[in-house]
Design a protein around this ligand. Structure first.
Ligand code: FE
Ligand code: CA
Length: 516
């Protein structure tokens, strides 16, 4: 977290990534306006979005900004010393959007790194690195990318983000959401002797409800330099899950039965601030309180198509009041939906195109319908009703369309555990699902959570479980998809070390998993 002294001295400090700052006489502000860092996202073959947000005093109202629009200069270079400037311009940071800056840079070369930075008056931002995608007509021999999300600030340090920042040759990172958690500061946890134990860090403020609350929460998360490092070093495909608004919200429904028209106001605030802080295109600006274009696609030549889903905004309410519960008739509701009808037709169209070696569905909640019992004395099967397991009809409909494709890989978050397993339609495997753990949510964890052996025994399609923090690195060639489960040994204290807990390979043409 920033101290006042850090904020005052950041302006003169070496940038987070790259070349030393050019010494300038005077700042416009009492504090450094680029204290929340920079990032890039939603890459295309000819460009990407570059992002920053002016906040000289990140924890003060409006980040300490005057409520006027301000011009921010930006530069994109072909080299990390900014000798070859390939694009530059000026963007307006508006008070309506919390003085965030989203520049959609175009006209660049495919499949190569670029560097970017911003300036305002005499202040210059840290340097970020971004990468374009290859042309859709290209035939890349290989691709490596990251998968991360679920970063509860109170549960642990963001050490995994620093390790992710250092991963080499990462083309992009998919973020499956829970970028923030909306809760107020939690009380203590209790150890095995029922003694109180403090959280690793504390949220500032109460539960988030309005734009100011969410802005402060993102500012607090971005005061973490491990997160800033990963944001500056990589190019992201951000998506949101529940905690960007409220635990387990779907559609117009909030779990506390707040009237839909009232909940929509909170959802609008959460989604506006998510947009403000994410390196996404203007098409994803919330309109009438909802982001209609959060689901979207990307191509990595003829190697990979990715469809990023929005499994929250258009979902029907969780059956049986949500939770981990035995089967109830609502699970079989024939009108239930996880994604909208438009999103589903778009997804099915994309899956059927067969233009790439691999089809990836990058989404939020687990698609495997696992029996979640963890104790032998539990009589009835238990389902996670906030996942696809609570929505049998749309789930079966989607899996049926994967029959015969033999190249579908589903990437998921939300669970705060690593899982790998097979997705089945009518008893036959049709795809592989990798569920990525969390950056910090859930705390240190251990190799196996109590009862994981029962889960593995009860679910033959489930091949791997692990309860440590970390992220995924996926390495793809036309013939094989390998997922590395990267885990940190601890997040409760600084300096946690990274290792690969498991590497699992899928051969194209055969939805099965080999443990390397
Ligand atoms: Fe989470
Ligand atoms: Ca979640």
């Amino acid at each position: 977290m920033f101290t006042r002294r850090q904020i005052l001295t950041t302006a003169a400090a070496t940038p987070l990534v790259g070349a030393p700052a050019i010494a300038k006489a005077q700042s416009w502000f009492a504090g450094y306006p680029f204290a929340l860092g920079v990032t890039s996202g939603d890459p295309a073959p000819d460009g990407f979005v570059i992002w920053t947000k002016l906040a000289p005093k990140p924890f003060e109202p409006h980040g300490g900004m005057p409520m006027v629009p301000l011009p921010v200069k930006w530069e994109v270079a072909g080299d990390d010393r900014f000798k070859i400037i390939v694009a530059s311009g000026e963007a307006t940071a508006r008070p309506e959007l919390g003085h965030s800056v989203h520049v959609e840079v175009a006209g660049l070369q495919p499949d190569r790194p670029y560097w970017y930075r911003f300036s305002l008056g005499s202040d210059q931002s840290a340097r970020g690195r971004a990468r374009t995608l290859p042309l859709a007509s290209a035939s890349p021999a290989a691709l490596k990318f990251g998968v991360a999300g679920c970063q509860n600030y109170e549960d642990g340090l963001f050490t995994a983000f620093r390790h992710l920042a250092r991963e080499e040759d990462i083309a992009f990172v998919y973020h499956y959401g829970d970028f923030i958690y909306e809760y107020k500061q939690r009380g203590p946890d209790y150890d095995k002797d029922s003694l109180p134990v403090d959280q690793v860090r504390h949220h500032i403020g109460q539960d988030c409800f309005d734009v100011g609350d969410y802005r402060l929460r993102y500012a607090q998360y971005l005061s973490d330099y491990d997160l800033q490092a990963a944001r500056a070093q990589h190019t992201w495909f951000p998506t949101f899950d529940d905690h960007e608004v409220e635990n387990n919200w779907v559609g117009d429904f909030d779990w506390k039965d707040v009237p839909a028209e009232v909940f929509r106001l909170r959802r609008q605030a959460g989604l506006q601030v998510w947009y403000e802080y994410m390196p996404v295109r203007a098409a994803m600006l919330p309109r009438n309180g909802i982001i209609t274009n959060a689901y979207r696609e990307a191509r990595f030549g003829d190697l990979l198509s990715i469809d990023f889903l929005d499994t929250r905004s258009f979902r029907s309410d969780q059956p049986c009041d949500d939770g981990f519960k035995p089967y109830c008739p609502g699970i079989g509701d024939s009108k239930a939906q996880v994604i909208s009808a438009e999103e589903e037709s778009w997804l099915l169209r994309n899956l059927a195109r067969k233009q790439t070696s691999w089809n990836c569905i990058a989404q939020q909640v687990m698609m495997m319908s696992l029996d979640r019992r963890r104790y032998d004395d539990e009589k009835e099967k238990i389902y996670n009703l906030d996942s696809w397991a609570g929505y049998d009809v749309p789930r079966d409909r989607l899996l049926a369309r994967m029959r015969g494709l033999t190249n579908v890989v589903v990437l998921t978050g939300d669970e705060h555990q690593n899982f790998a397993g097979l997705l089945e339609s009518q008893g036959k495997p049709v795809a592989v699902e990798f569920v990525s753990t969390s950056i910090s949510s859930g705390g240190d964890g251990s190799d196996l959570r109590k009862g994981s052996d029962v889960m593995l025994k009860n679910n033959p399609e489930l091949k791997f479980v692990n309860d440590q923090r970390g992220y995924l690195v996926c390495e793809i060639t036309p013939d094989a998809w390998t997922t590395h489960f990267r885990v940190v040994d601890q997040v409760s204290v600084a300096g946690g070390s990274i290792s690969t807990r498991a590497s699992m390979t899928v051969a194209r043409g055969e939805p099965s998993l080999q443990i390397a």
